[in-house]
Design a protein around this ligand. Structure first.
Ligand code: 3PG
Length: 390
């Protein structure tokens, strides 16, 4: 794929697909990370003399105009982070583009208000393409969607990857494409069923697979270990055994908890105990990995050159069940800071967990992507990346 460096942008109208699908409460952006991360692309486009026209989605309005999902509410946060005037067009896009002055940025209304967007409709993509001369895709986190503004449009005009897209792709390539070995993946989260493809792909690509969270319980059940009242998908036990067998033949070591933190209730400050993994009594739930497990993980990370992190090790939202996640994340952060470990984190709850542990900025790279990160880890081709030519 091409980058901004390969494009002549002087005097051009530059359509930039961004992901500003950020959390908003009462009309205010509560986490501006995704906005901060697109600023370099917008600034570079302006520095090269281009006029930035931002295409973006917000929420899932399903092809209808839903006022609460208007991108107008994101404008103040964009202006603050970019440090330039951001014009907004709810309609009359062509007029708004012609009226755009040098040094200003234009944001067009939520592309998902149009039914053609999610259908990857060529007609809608052409309407968008006519608004610009060049297309830059900076929305890695929406690249798993084959939509008009992420896929079809890239075939209609000169296209390139933005700075954030470039950074995401480079980091992911360093983690799974051609990583320094040994490479470990830590996958947590509630259910095996939602991460099946991901686990299957990882066991043939990484040297160590650490399984945490509710998913680990399913693997314990598969080994005949009783997990009491814990969240576990008993009907997935056979699948878990198949993944373990595949890992063995691929030379990938699976790491499960050796000790656990259990409680009878899932609430803050609930009475909890640390026990051996085989000692979860009836009526008790596994809510975190124990100290010995964390010690082993710290040792493992000390031996690894690359680590991919997706998902928490325990029920990290509620104390004290965030301890294993925090301690393991701190160990990764320390090794990464020393330059001894390339660590890449992403997907859903992951960034929230790392932020809570206060270590996100010490990871080598934290992806802005949720679903796209997971699909990439599953080994799938992301349509928005493929459309850029690679
Ligand atoms: C995200 O928030 O992960 C992206 O913006 C994609 O959103 P979507 O899952 O609604 O396509």
């Amino acid at each position: 794929w091409k980058t901004i460096d390969d494009m002549d942008l002087g005097g051009k109208r530059v359509l930039i697909r961004v992901d500003i699908n950020v959390p908003v409460e009462d009309g205010r952006v509560t986490d501006a990370t995704r906005i901060e991360r697109i600023v370099p692309t917008i600034r570079d486009v302006m520095d090269k003399g281009g006029k930035p026209i931002l295409l973006a989605h917000f929420g899932r309005p399903k092809g209808r105009e839903v006022p609460e999902m208007s991108l107008a509410q994101i404008v103040p946060a964009l202006e603050e982070k970019i440090g330039a005037t951001v014009r907004f067009a709810a309609s009359g896009f062509a007029e708004a583009v012609s009226a755009l002055a040098a040094g200003e940025v234009l944001l067009l209304e939520n592309v998902r208000f149009h039914p053609g967007e999610e259908k990857n409709d060529k007609g809608f993509a052409s309407e968008l393409a006519e608004l610009g001369d060049v297309f830059i895709n900076d929305a890695f986190s929406a690249a798993h969607r084959a939509h008009a503004s992420t896929e079809a449009i890239a075939h209609l005009m000169p296209s390139a990857a933005g700075r954030l897209m470039e950074a995401e792709l480079k980091a992911l390539e360093a983690a799974l494409g051609d990583p320094k070995r040994p490479v470990a993946a830590l996958v947590g989260g509630a259910k095996v069923s939602t991460k099946l493809d991901l686990l299957e792909n990882l066991v043939s690509r990484v040297d160590h697979l650490v399984i945490g969270g509710g998913m680990a319980n399913t693997f314990l059940v598969a080994q005949g270990i009783e997990v009491g009242a814990s969240l576990a998908e008993r009907d997935m036990a056979e699948t878990a055994r198949r993944i373990v067998a595949k890992a063995e033949s691929a030379g990938c070591t699976i790491h499960l908890p050796v000790d656990i933190v259990i409680a009878q209730e899932f609430k803050a400050g609930a009475e909890s105990r640390s026990v051996d993994v085989a000692d979860c009594p009836e009526g008790w739930m596994i809510l975190d990995a124990g100290e010995q497990t964390v010690e082993r993980l710290v040792e493992l990370f000390g031996d690894c050159a690359t680590l991919i992190w997706n998902g928490p090790l325990g029920a990290f939202e509620i104390e004290p069940f965030d301890r294993a996640t925090n301690a393991a994340a701190r160990a990764v952060a320390d090794r990464s800071r020393e330059g001894k470990l390339t660590s890449v984190a992403g997907g859903g709850d992951t960034v929230a967990a790392l932020n809570k542990a206060g270590v996100a900025e010490d990871f080598t790279y934290v992806s802005t992507a949720g679903g796209a990160f997971l699909e990439w880890m599953e080994g799938k081709t992301l349509p928005g990346v493929a459309a850029l030519g690679g």
